[in-house]
Design a protein around this ligand. Structure first.
Ligand code: GUN
Ligand code: ZN
Length: 427
């Protein structure tokens, strides 16, 4: 067993439901075989378990592992393309790089870069948009297993609109998706899971989306993920092609369910929000990407009012950071710009969105906060001595105030330790 000592901060009850930040200033968390056995003040937990070794995580804060609900593995090397809207950015920046993952050795290098960047950012669970190439998907799962991350991912499939080397037939998409799902869903002690992944309705025929529906039913428990309502030109094309709303283009193939996560949803109709709520589908809100590609400002208030679940996604490489701290800050900044339509967000809301809300969206009830019975997935954030974060956080009135400072100033460089299932994967 290990007794972790530090300032422990989490959100077991959603601040969107009136919950408050839970803070244990000099806290103790006792972990056995990756599970949290006891927690409380350090003094109380140590008195009850005086012989256990103490791992000192003092100086800074300990928060639940971050959950990234939408991030593209093949795009780690192309972050930072400026000045293009979605469809031009895909053609000129993203897809030429994605085509390079046809080479297994190239893909292996990208997988190492990608998983390393996720872990160093403090992300312990992620729903990852995979590659169009099965070998590259294998490389991603292998690297995730080696490092120990919780990764849900799959083969990206498309049969129209994209460059020809990224297209496959619906029959091939079905066969390869099911083969990969059977290999990886539930592997690495359940940390790896499969997600059926059509790129977006714009790059899929009805026959392809139907094949995806069949793949979801062929392997029980797999996830479904894609994009929705991101960009005005894209939405107009999807509506013209399908004669239906973007949301319905998935729903008519049975693709909206509780284990479905759709990225963006910047421009939904009320009817689509009601459909998503009825199906229990979660939205991945990707604010750095929405800002970088000029996609728009996320209507968080309408999602809350209509009961649609949402969490955060970095959407690298449309997004500009692997850090859920930076992504949460952008979510805050965007809401501040929405005037009367804004949802005011506190530091507790931001922490919740980066952790427990993500665990809920990815159906990972075993993580998301640091309660007894959960797995110990955690991040130790410790400001570098003398940094602006260090001086500003030290000057904060209380821990909640300091947490706001972390969201304002911290990033991957302030991640001093990362734990998944009680194993230290960074630091
Ligand atoms: N829609 C389809 N593919 C992509 C992608 O790679 N990034 C984003 N942001 N949107 C997409
Ligand atoms: Zn995306």
């Amino acid at each position: 067993m290990t007794l972790y000592r530090g300032t422990v901060v989490d959100t077991p009850v959603s601040p969107f439901d009136g919950g408050e930040l839970r803070v244990e200033e000099d806290g103790g968390v006792l972990v056995r075989d990756g599970a949290i056995l006891a927690r409380g003040s350090f003094a109380a937990v140590r008195d009850a378990h005086p012989d256990e070794p103490v791992d000192n995580l003092r100086g800074g804060i300990v928060v639940p592992g971050f959950v990234d609900t939408h991030v593209h593995y093949p795009q780690v090397r192309i972050i930072g393309g400026l000045g293009m809207p979605l469809l031009e950015w895909l053609d000129r920046r993203a897809l030429p790089e994605e085509a390079r993952l046809a080479d297994d050795d190239y893909a292996a290098g990208v997988a190492t870069d990608f998983v390393g960047a996720l872990t160093r950012a403090g992300t312990t669970s992620a729903l990852v948009f995979g590659s169009h190439f099965p070998g590259a998907v294998d490389r991603l799962f292998e690297e995730s297993a080696r490092v120990g991350l919780r990764v849900t991912a799959g083969l990206v499939v498309s049969d129209r609109v994209l460059r020809p080397d990224l297209l496959v037939s619906p029959e091939t998409a079905y066969a390869e998706s099911v083969r990969l799902a059977q290999r990886w869903h539930g592997a690495a002690g359940g940390r790896l899971r499969y997600a059926v992944t059509p790129r977006f309705s714009l790059s899929c025929t009805d026959a392809m989306l139907q094949a995806c529906g069949s793949a979801v039913t062929a392997v029980p428990g797999v996830f479904f993920t894609s994009h929705v309502n991101e960009n005005a030109a894209e939405i107009a094309a999807v509506e013209a092609d399908f004669g239906a709303s973007y949301g319905e283009s998935y729903d008519r193939h049975g693709l909206l369910a509780r284990r479905s996560v759709l990225a963006h949803n910047v421009h939904p109709t009320d009817a689509e929000l009601d459909l998503l709520a009825a199906r229990g589908t979660a939205i991945s809100h990707c604010p750095t990407s929405n800002s970088a590609l000029g996609s728009g400002l996320f209507p968080m208030r309408r999602h809350l009012e209509r009961g649609v679940r949402f969490a955060l996604g970095t959407d690298v490489g449309g997004g500009m950071t692997f850090s859920l701290l930076r992504e949460a800050l952008q979510a805050y900044l965007v809401q501040q710009c929405l005037g009367e339509q804004r949802t005011p967000l506190s530091a507790a809301h931001l922490l919740h969105l980066a952790t427990a809300a993500g665990a809920d969206a990815l159906d990972l009830p075993e993580v998301g906060d640091l309660s007894v019975g959960k797995r110990f997935d955690a991040v130790w954030l410790r400001p570098r001595d003398g940094s602006t974060l260090d001086v500003a956080a030290s000057n904060a009135g209380d821990v909640e105030d300091a947490l706001g400072t972390y969201f304002a100033l911290a990033g991957s460089a302030d991640v001093a330790g990362v734990f998944v299932d009680g194993q230290r994967v960074v630091g």
